[in-house]
Write a protein that binds this ligand. Sequence first.
Ligand code: HEM
Length: 401
Amino acid sequence: MTGNAHELWTPAHRADPRPAYARLRQEARIVRLVEPTQQMPFWLVTHYRDVMPLLRDDRLSKDAYKLSEQARSFFLRFTHDGLARHMLFADAPDHTRLRSLVSQAFTPRRVESLRSRITTVATGLLEAAIARGRVDFLEAFAFPLPIIVITELLGLPPEDREPFRAWTQALLIPPPDGNPEPVMAAGHQFLRYFTALLERRRAEPGDDLVSAMLAVEAEGDRLRPEELIGMLFLLLVAGHETTVNLLGSGLLALLQHPEQHERLRADRGLMGPAVEEMLRYCSPVETSTARFTLAPTEICGQVIPAEEMVIAGLMSANHDPEVFAEPERFDVGRTPNKHMAFGMGIHYCLGAPLARLEAAVAFNLLMDRAPQVRLAVAPERLEWRKSSLIRGLEQLPVRFD
Ligand code: HEM
């Protein structure tokens, strides 16, 4: 099953991708598409029951450096080489080694110890937003909260945060003319920033993740310099570009379903299931990142040639009626809810406990302090970002007055 310039990239799909995924699920279990801005061909797996084994399939590789020179330079032409050596682009045993260096910092217990700091930061941001009366919720709250939390965890100075958003946006949303130049320029700025930061931390270690990783690097063969930079880059980008959209799209879902908003406000015991339902329903990471065939490989009954890209449709799986009853219903009490929003297998989201905690703190605060929050524009005027990997709003204007 193949298709070019598919409806997935039309403005209508960005506004609501679910009908297009429903049609794709009917058409085929696996479909070959070409992403139009980057002219990037890939195979998309559409059903929940196929996405789960795909994400665990060790015949596929996450490491483009295992491909031929020609295939690698093609697939990585929008990726800055200096930032690409991280766990999400690695297979075992490199993946195991890299993930184990930081996994302790992200266990549910360690993350829980951040609750009071997260609450303080979130309270300050929300109070300032409420005082302004009308704000873009993303700019005033959903973006700063996760970026403050992850930069504090890493030990990056607050004054350094400012340019991160522009750099990550340039990296995640390549320009429509297919020119890789802005992506490489943003990558270069990250690289320069991290190199200078590491110099400073080497001279003056602190009580933070960067210093802890520098100590590991100094021990010898467990962490190469380019892997250290890749790790910082991955944690910084994955730590905020995703959670911002759980908070933004999650709030929009509540505002568009007032009865569910009211139900959650009345029964905070539902906060856990409600956050899971926001993850499922909104799917802030719309598709998985790339996996590659190293040899001809049969997937969903289709032989995929060697050196091709395969991607799991996470949002498609999360709205698959075979698994979720009435998948288009937003139900803050939905149980069970075994969604795929954080992926599956060895690359299952490292930051899931942190994202869940940030969301629970944020929505509890919103319920307590801003029960009157409402959309400040008609819903059809909202615009969605032009990325098929990250699903999120450009802005979310709300009123508190
Ligand atoms: C709502 C928020 C988030 C969502 C929906 C999300 C989603 C995901 C998904 C789907 C993957 C797997 C991608 C794949 O297999 O191709 C992933 C991996 C990852 N995420 Fe998250 N993420 C979120 C927040 C975070 C946060 C806060 C961090 C903070 C550090 C983080 C760090 C990571 C890392 C390091 C990986 C790679 C893990 C590995 O390769 O072993 N994420 N995330």
